[in-house]
Design a protein around this ligand. Structure first.
Ligand code: ADP
Length: 576
């Protein structure tokens, strides 16, 4: 099932998006950077003062008190500025993160249902949990701290050069080394972390599948196979983690060397320069301290690079969710009628494996059509297509007469006004009864809501009662009534019923059938029937066999033809 994981954005897409992310709040960003720059500048004065202090002491011109006081003053100012700077960057990070989350939710909600089913929910769950977390760390800490480190690093290098270009040179010895190790590390890390994340997704996928299908696993004795798959996934994950661990084992020691080398070299070379009269003692002291001060921002940058890579990989997976092509492309044409027509409809869940092989069907407005046939023939699939939940692979399902519009070419709320699918799955959303209803038609008045509840014979709690998880629990029958009321409010002309009442106990079913009858009144109905009396009462019957409509006509006509339907009918009738 996880063969077709959701797409992942390309590095170029991620870079472009990250760039836009950084500058999304330009004024806020300028304030944050300004504060950090000020803090950096105050921090950079100290080495210069210390340098002078050393020289003064050597020359016997002691001004320790004033210099010491000045240094203390700068340290305090720097601390205060840094505090505000971090506060501002944390606020900025949180804001950006909140926006990212909202965008991700929008992307997920826009995902075509068919694609989610194919990719498996584990992948989506991993992206929504682990990837959002990882990205959170990046946006909260890694991005602001890296930005700050870049600012502080740039200022320190500037101060180093101002202090004396000659004594600044030795500090550069580490640059080639750090550049080389980074150039080795970064391209490997990108793929490495993507593989690591994908391997976690597979583990989550496998676990969810095993837990959800626990009964099936037990019934078919698949435990060993599930174990083997789990072991396999863990082995792959272990391999992926070892790879990135190896990368870090090269990166960290090399970086550590890169930090210490400049300090030592500056001291040594600076000493030589001083002895040859090419630099003052103050310059050498300050340069050494600057080289020491450079360690922190460079270390911050390098250590967050790792995290940023992880964040980048997660961002690629979050953005990738938006790359799924939409399965509907709403145009602005609206249908001129309610006639539902299917032409040459083919559909496949897996490429190359059609489950519908060219279905033609003309629904007459107001008729009741029963769809019967053996299990697995494609009845539910046809129902989903007739309700516009999914688009056909080829062929068309349209609504309207002269101006027929494909169902997948209608915006969702427009579509729901024409045709809706009723299945056994009835989700009660957490919220009041009223909220559960008006989602079908925003802006419905209380009077309208009360009317639809009456129409379905509602015996549940009042409009303002909170239901759903954490609220009052509705019985299955009430949940179904609520769903039916929602339908009445959406007021579609055509309803596709997929075994709407078969799971309920008979007493509840009778009550529901009354509700249902009220809902169906005056609408075109396609009933996917598992009990043949539904077929008997219908205006027409369509027999679906092996992905095709093989017989179509009234009950009496089909009985007279003496084909599959007649056989079904006599066996069902005879068996009673
Ligand atoms: P019916 O409703 O007549 O029992 P369905 O429309 O549910 O038939 O199924 C038709 C065929 O499509 C079956 O072979 C079934 O295995 C396959 N199928 C149904 N749903 C899926 C799915 N989500 N993924 C892959 N194959 C599916």
């Amino acid at each position: 099932m996880s063969a077709a994981t959701l797409p992942v954005a390309t590095p170029a897409q991620v870079r472009a998006y990250a760039r836009r992310l950084v500058v999304r709040h330009p004024r806020y960003l300028a304030a944050v950077l300004g504060l950090h720059a000020l803090a950096a500048v105050t921090g950079l004065v100290t080495p210069r003062l210390l340098g002078e202090l050393v020289e003064n002491v050597r020359d016997g011109r002691a001004a320790i008190d004033t210099t010491g006081l000045a240094i203390a003053g700068f340290v305090v100012v720097q601390a205060i500025l840094t505090w505000y700077a971090y506060l501002a960057s944390a606020a900025l990070g949180e804001r950006v993160l909140a926006e990212l989350r909202e965008e991700f939710v929008d992307r997920v909600l826009a995902l075509p249902l068919s694609r989610v089913e194919r990719a498996g929910t584990g992948d989506l769950v991993t992206r929504a949990s682990r990837d959002v977390d990882t990205l959170g760390t990046s946006v909260r800490y890694a991005m602001p701290e890296t930005l700050v480190a870049v600012v502080v690093g740039a200022f320190t290098v500037g101060a180093l050069l101002l202090n004396g270009p000659l004594v600044a040179l030795p500090a550069l010895v580490a640059v080639p080394m750090l550049v080389a190790v980074m150039r080795w590390y970064l391209p490997r890390a990108h793929g490495g972390y993507l593989r690591e994340n994908a391997s976690w997704s597979r583990i989550a996928d496998g676990l969810t599948e095993t837990v959800q299908g626990a009964r099936t696993v037990e019934a078919l004795g698949l435990e060993d196979r599930r174990h083997a798959r789990g072991d396999d996934d863990i082995r792959n994950s272990y391999k992926a983690e070892r790879y990135t661990l190896r990368l870090r084992m090269v990166l960290y020691p090399a970086a550590e060397m890169g930090f210490v080398l400049p300090v030592v070299t500056t001291l040594l070379v600076g000493g030589l320069l001083y002895m040859n009269g090419m630099a003052s003692l103050a310059q050498v002291t300050a340069a050494t301290l600057y080289a020491q001060q450079l360690i922190e921002p460079v270390d911050t940058m390098l250590s967050w690079l790792d995290e940023l890579q992880l964040g980048g990989a997660s961002l690629a997976r979050l953005l990738g969710v938006g790359d799924v092509p939409p399965d509907r492309t709403p145009g602005d044409r609206l249908p001129d009628g309610e006639r539902l027509t299917a032409r040459g409809v083919r559909y496949s869940y897996r490429p190359g494996l059609d489950v519908l092989h060219g279905v033609d069907l003309d629904l007459r407005p107001g008729e009741r059509l029963a769809v019967v046939g053996p299990s697995g023939a494609g009845k539910s699939t046809l129902g989903r297509l007739l309700a516009g939940v999914d688009g056909p692979r080829s062929g068309s399902v349209t609504v309207g007469s002269a101006e027929a519009v494909p169902l997948t070419g209608l915006p969702l709320d427009e579509l729901r006004g024409h045709v809706a699918l009723v299945t056994q799955e009835h989700h009660v959303f957490r919220g009041t009864v009223r909220e559960n209803l008006v989602m079908a038609r925003a802006g419905a008045s209380d009077a309208e809501v009360a009317q639809v509840l009456e129409a379905v014979d509602w015996d549940g709690p009042g409009l303002d009662t909170v239901v759903g998880s954490g609220g009052e629990t509705l019985s299955p029958a009430q949940a179904q009534q609520l769903a039916l009321a929602r339908l009445v409010l959406a007021d579609p002309h055509t309803l596709v019923l997929d075994e709407a009442t078969s799971l309920l106990d008979p007493r509840a079913a009778r009550r529901l059938e009354r509700s249902l009858a009220a809902v169906l009144d005056g609408r075109t109905v396609v009933a996917i029937a598992h009990r043949l009396h539904t077929a008997h009462d219908a205006d027409r019957v369509a027999v679906v066999e092996d992905g095709r409509i093989t017989e179509l006509g009234t009950h009496d006509e089909l009985i007279a033809v003496g084909g599959s339907y007649a056989a079904l009918w006599s066996s069902w009738h005879g068996g009673r």
